[in-house]
Ligand binder design. Structure first.
Ligand code: AMP
Ligand code: ZN
Length: 462
């Protein structure tokens, strides 16, 4: 019996799909103005875990993910420049070129992490007409009003505003740091459509003149178009709860006159060195950055699976080293089962199958499910254990099929490399992180990756 935690009710609930056997699901996708960082990717690993668990439990999936290529302003509330337009200007490209470039890299990263693409990928710019008609419906029903710079949603007309975040409006306003706009009826009213200034790079014809959609409207319009209302599950990161999803609920429920999403699910944030990831701190790592440092993308996936999706996950290179080591060890440990011909007692297999199923069905307890796999891998070598591990891998997505022998690395490490690694160890002891990073790059340039242990290091050929 699958139980999922619903942000709306703050409870784990038994999952019952609207239509027997099929799950309809919408996932907020990336804003494609930059490379996805490992935090963003954690949220998509969570989406993938959910999709794989549903499939493992025998459901068919109809999943939609949007690609935000217009309308997401610098602040989640409606201030600042459009992120796409800003990136286009800075990089002297068209917004379409920017979107295509970062979308392609995003999908390559998903593939590297074995994150399956949802069945339907919907770009905001391909759905402008749907959004315009959605905004028209809202204004006709009295929920939208026009100002000199756009069409706004009147939250005063919608009773349930704040029910997802459980913030009252004062907190909401403080949290969103909504800019005071004298024409708005309420400071937290948000833009459904923005009127474009002449030189705005992205604009479309609408009943309100040339303009572009607000960010939130794309998710209401596209989920309705592809999944209908209500649908089963909506996912996103926790940062979406107070503004983006609150606004989506207001738009959708105002238009439909009923609840449109049954289960809201949110992935917690990834931190780096205990703090926020930010460009100014230089700690917004990408998957490419991890590969450059000698890690495999699936070791990062392992790192994510090892923490429950509703818990904050602190990324450190020490933690990543441990994940890489554990992932490698898992593949070596499973190799003895891969090559075994002996069978295993059916009752023992059933015990592990049940434990694994119970873990994932308990609101996706992947850390526990991994624990079951580890315990099972320590059994006497058996081909049945390997077959069962591959069955679990339908959920884990760790490419366990590639289980292999530990390679003896006989080639001696060049002295120059060990010398640099020693210098790096000293730098680390002195907490000189900049020097330690510089030395890591120098070691990488010589073809080695360095993993930090408690009082030493290990060097691996790249
Ligand atoms: P964006 O491209 O900014 O729209 O974000 C893409 C997804 O990544 C959204 O679902 C966000 O909630 C999520 N996200 C952003 N930062 C983090 C983070 N540090 N950890 C986990 N998820 C994040
Ligand atoms: Zn969204």
């Amino acid at each position: 019996m699958l139980k999922l935690y619903n942000t709306l009710t703050r409870k784990k609930e038994v999952f019952v799909p609207i239509k027997k056997g099929t799950v309809t699901m919408y996932s907020c996708g990336p804003t494609v103005y930059n490379y996805a960082h490992i935090g963003n990717l954690r949220t998509y690993v969570f989406m993938d875990m959910l999709r794989r668990t549903l499939r493992y439990d025998g459901y068919k999936l109809k999943g939609v993910m949007n690609i935000t290529d217009v309308g997401h302003l610098l602040s989640d509330a409606d201030d600042g420049e459009d992120k796409m337009a800003k990136a286009a200007k800075e990089q002297q490209k068209t917004p379409r070129e920017i979107a295509d470039y970062y979308t392609a890299i995003f999908f390559r990263d998903l593939e590297r992490l074995q994150i399956g693409k949802p069945e339907i990928i919907a770009k905001a710019t391909d759905h402008i007409a749907d959004m315009i008609s959605y905004v028209q419906d809202l204004t006709e029903k009295g929920y939208g009003y026009e100002t000199s710079d756009g069409i706004y949603f009147d939250i005063g007309k919608f009773d349930g505003y704040g029910k997802l975040s459980r913030l009252n409006l004062d907190e909401q306003i403080a949290g969103a740091r909504v800019e005071v706009n004298a024409e708005k009826r309420h400071p937290a009213d948000f833009a459904l459509w923005k009127k474009a200034e002449k030189n705005h790079i992205m604009q479309w014809q609408s009943p309100w003149g040339m303009g572009y959609p607000g960010w939130h409207i794309e998710c209401s319009a596209m989920s309705r178009k592809y999944l209908g209302v209500p649908f089963d599950i909506h996912t996103g990161g926790v940062d979406h709860i107070p503004v983006h999803h609150e606004n989506e609920i207001a738009q959708s429920e105002a238009r439909e006159g009923k609840q449109t999403v049954n289960v809201w699910m949110h992935g917690e944030f990834m931190l780096v060195d205990g703090g926020k990831m930010s460009k100014s701190l230089g700690n917004t790592y990408t998957i490419d950055n991890l590969i450059e440092r000698g890690y495999s993308p699936l070791a990062f996936r392992y790192f994510c699976l090892n923490a429950h999706y509703r818990k904050k996950l602190n990324f450190t290179f020490e933690g990543m080293d441990a994940a890489q080591t554990a992932y490698d060890r898992l593949l070596y440990t499973l190799y003895k089962h891969k090559t075994a011909s002996a069978p295993t007692d059916a009752a023992l297999l059933e015990k592990y199958r049940t434990q694994f199923g119970d873990a994932i069905d308990d609101d996706l307890n992947l850390p526990l499910a991994l624990g079951v796999l580890w315990t099972m891998s320590k059994e006497t070598p058996s081909r049945d254990i390997f077959a069962l591990a591959l069955d679990f891998d339908r959920v884990l997505g760790l490419d366990l099929q590639s289980a292999h022998e530990e390679q003896a690395d006989d080639e001696p490490v060049p002295e120059q490399v060990t010398r640099l690694a020693d210098l790096r160890l000293t730098a680390r002891k002195e907490k000189n992180w900049a020097e330690s990073d510089r030395l890591r790059d120098e070691i990488a340039a010589l073809g080695y990756s360095v993993a930090d242990g408690k009082d030493g290091y290990t060097l691996k050929k790249l």
